[in-house]
Write a protein that binds this ligand. Structure first.
Ligand code: APR
Length: 249
């Protein structure tokens, strides 16, 4: 049985499916990954832009970078990978989508049951966590009229609603993600499997007895631990699986 057929077969028999995605899923939409050849972290040092210390030090510089990314994402469209996964979440009961991506392209493709591990680039909150500004709110203006943007409640700075290096993930979000590792099939798609706790989920799923699958252009540190590793573009392989599993339109 070919690796792809084994995956299609497992998906056909599955009652519960969990999919974890990373930046590779948005690559075909023109959004650079973080660690790929043209990756964001190849061009800028994460410590200078994606940490609370960097924001404390130079909030304008940090916002200039997020504002640039927001405009790039605004001009992008969800690709076939986003559309296949979104339809699975809408049409296949028992499907959960976990993403590390903050770009909102899964949502724009109409995904449901979505768990956002690293927050959203389209949400902001008060940096000083003032009483009214301490929970995230949507601000999808791109470009932002003022950099750095100000909290409408206390006049202080607002920060992007993403999880920065050195920050913990929301406990409720992690608990939901861990729950979703109790599934029949777990797919990890377009992630280098370097950043934890996200990178631990596929191994947790395996321990729970899930059939585990990786879809990636290249080998990652998760590859040796999954049942099937499919090499190639997520936007192509997911369409192929979708057609073969008879869930395609
Ligand atoms: N199809 C499948 N995989 C792809 C594609 C594609 N079209 N294009 C790139 N990839 C793969 C790369 O081979 C790489 O393994 O996607 C992966 C992207 O890895 P990273 O750039 O490290 O992104 P990700 O794993 O999502 O990063 C995790 O790190 O920087 C932080 O918070 C940020 O959420 C991010 C986290």
């Amino acid at each position: 049985m070919s690796p792809l057929t084994a995956v299609v077969d497992a998906l056909r028999r599955a009652r519960t499916i969990t999919v974890l995605t990373g930046a590779g899923v948005s690559a075909a939409s023109g959004i650079p990954t973080f660690r790929g050849a043209d990756g964001l972290w190849k061009k800028v040092r994460a410590e200078t832009l994606a940490t609370p210390e960097a924001f404390e030090h130079d909030p304008k510089l940090v916002w200039e970078w997020y504002d640039w990314r927001r405009q790039m994402i605004r001009d992008a469209e969800p690709n076939a990978a986003h559309h296949v996964l979104a339809r699975w979440t809408r049409e296949r009961p028992g499907t959960t989508l976990i993403t590390q991506n903050v770009d909102g392209l899964h949502e724009r493709a109409g995904a449901e049951q979505l768990i956002r591990l690293h927050g959203s680039i389209w949400h902001v909150r008060c940096w000083k966590a003032c009483a009214t500004g301490c929970t995230d709110w949507l601000d999808n203006r791109a470009p932002l009229p003022q950099l750095p943007p100000r909290c409408p409640h206390c006049g202080g700075l607002v920060r992007p609603g993403v999880v920065w290096f050195g920050e913990s993930l929301d406990r409720g979000v992690i608990a939901r993600a861990l729950d979703a590792t109790r599934c029949d099939v777990f797919l990890t798609v377009g992630t280098s499997a370097i950043v934890y706790p996200a990178a631990g989920l596929v191994h947790q799923a395996k321990r729970h007895g899930a059939f585990t699958v990786e879809i990636n252009l290249e080998e990652t540190s998760a590859s040796s631990g999954v049942d099937v590793a499919l090499r190639g573009k997520a936007e192509e392989i997911l369409q192929e699986i979708d057609r073969a599993a008879g869930t395609g339109h």
